[in-house]
Design a protein around this ligand. Structure first.
Ligand SMILES: *Cc1c(COP(=O)(O)O)cnc(C)c1O
Length: 396
């Protein structure tokens, strides 16, 4: 039996991290081609198609920038382009990633106030209105919102945040991190009145990590002209001046080959069908977890707010006295299943199943069944019937 532990795993890895996500062969094949001049007409057409396609995915007709960076880079770009030293911004606490934006804002010289919220239920939107109404002098220049908090598995309804800002008649810019929801959950930048949307290539877009997408409203572009924080590589105005490539430095053409294919894949399925598939896989995952915890001894859903459970990632609370890390280690090393761990204060206390991107029913069922196998292997208690509950949910 020990030989099995040490053997090189066979078969394809089941990859259920909530980012990066599985890269479809079609995207890998699209990238597997010789380089070309980024100013050649053939590339400029691909570049144009990518910009138009990303705008359709973001549902915006406004400005778009594509950086060679992670999502963090694009967020830093947004801060540097919009604000000046000492500006006050409001971060809506959702979990680990919201705290990251707080830290980034502070490091870049902003005054950051965080609206506290319970990670398991999410913020009561009325609190946002209440805080903004109090800000009669309009000192708050920006509201930072994480659309889908990948650490907790809860999303924040941005339409409601917009409504809260409108009710307070507050002119602050609304910035949203849609890194783990873009291309897997509904998102409407313009209709929802979002000023800046930051997305990444490696989650719902099913790409390698390394491109970040930033949708920018007209209002935000205007605000950027007054901003005094230093920037160069990330300077939106400078990028706009570098036409036609709209990019500072060498354009990573292969990432655009992949991005063009990613948009094709999403649009062939249709965005609505993509969102419906994510909803179906997410609900099956939740049904499985509910069954595991039905006897009060097994793992349970971390999210306690039924209205806000994410369709791209499920965060699962371990039973008292059991760490998720041993179970994840067994899943990875013995069974070649990769699961997400807990982030920040949730480390060891939860694990996360990513069900976003290039995923179908057999892949999800494989993940859920193998998670049961890993729990059994390391002695984590769970009630039986989880996989059956997922099957029942999917057969509906
Ligand atoms: C993954 C993720 C990030 C970080 O993205 P990077 O591309 O790794 O910088 C930020 N916010 C959320 C909500 C995420 O899921």
């Amino acid at each position: 039996m020990t030989a099995q532990v040490n053997a090189k795993p066979r078969g394809r890895q089941f990859f259920n991290n909530p980012g990066p996500t599985n890269i479809p062969d079609r995207i890998l094949r699209a990238m597997d081609r010789p380089v070309m001049d980024f100013l050649a007409p053939e590339f400029l057409e691909i570049h144009r198609a990518c910009h138009a396609g990303v705008k359709r995915v973001l549902k915006t007709d406004q400005e778009l920038f594509i950086h060679a960076s992670t999502g963090h880079g694009a967020w830093e770009a947004a801060v540097a382009n919009l604000f000046s030293p000492g500006d006050l911004v409001l971060v809506i606490e959702t979990g680990y990633f919201s705290l990251g934006w707080q830290e980034m804002g502070e490091s870049l010289g902003l005054k950051v106030e965080t609206l506290k919220a319970d990670w398991r239920t999410g913020i009561d939107v009325a609190k946002i209105t209440e805080r903004l109404v109090k800000d009669k002098a309009h000192e708050i220049k920006g509201v930072f919102a994480v659309h889908n908090e990948t650490a907790t598995g809860l999303f924040l309804p941005l339409q409601d945040v917009r409504r809260a800002m409108d009710e307070a008649k507050h002119p602050a810019l609304l910035l949203s991190d849609t890194i783990s929801s873009l291309g897997s959950m509904e998102y409407k930048m313009d209709a929802w009145g979002i000023d800046v949307t930051v997305g990444g290539s490696q989650k719902g877009l099913m790409m390698p990590t390394g491109l970040a997408l930033t949708g920018v409203s007209k209002k935000a572009m205007e605000a950027s002209r007054k901003s005094k924080l230093p920037k160069y590589y990330f300077n939106w105005e400078l990028m706009k001046a570098r036409m036609p490539q709209k990019f500072i430095g060498t354009v990573p053409v292969h990432m655009f080959f992949g991005l063009q294919e990613s948009i094709k894949i999403l649009e062939e399925e249709t965005l609505d069908a993509v969102f419906a598939r994510h909803a179906r896989l997410a609900e099956a995952t939740r049904e499985c977890v509910r069954a595991w915890g039905a006897d009060g001894k097994g793992p349970t859903l971390f999210g306690q707010n039924k209205e806000r459970l994410s369709n791209s990632v499920t965060t699962i609370q371990m039973p008292e006295g059991h760490t998720s890390d041993a179970m994840r280690k067994a899943a990875l090393e013995r069974f070649n299943l990769s699961l997400g761990g807990g982030l920040g204060p949730l480390m060891g206390k939860v694990f996360r199943i990513g069900h976003l991107g290039d995923l179908n029913e057999p892949m999800l069922l494989g993940c859920l069944a193998t998670t049961e196998l890993a729990m059994k292997t390391v002695g984590v208690p769970f009630a039986p019937g989880g996989v059956d509950a997922a099957i029942k949910s999917l057969a509906n």
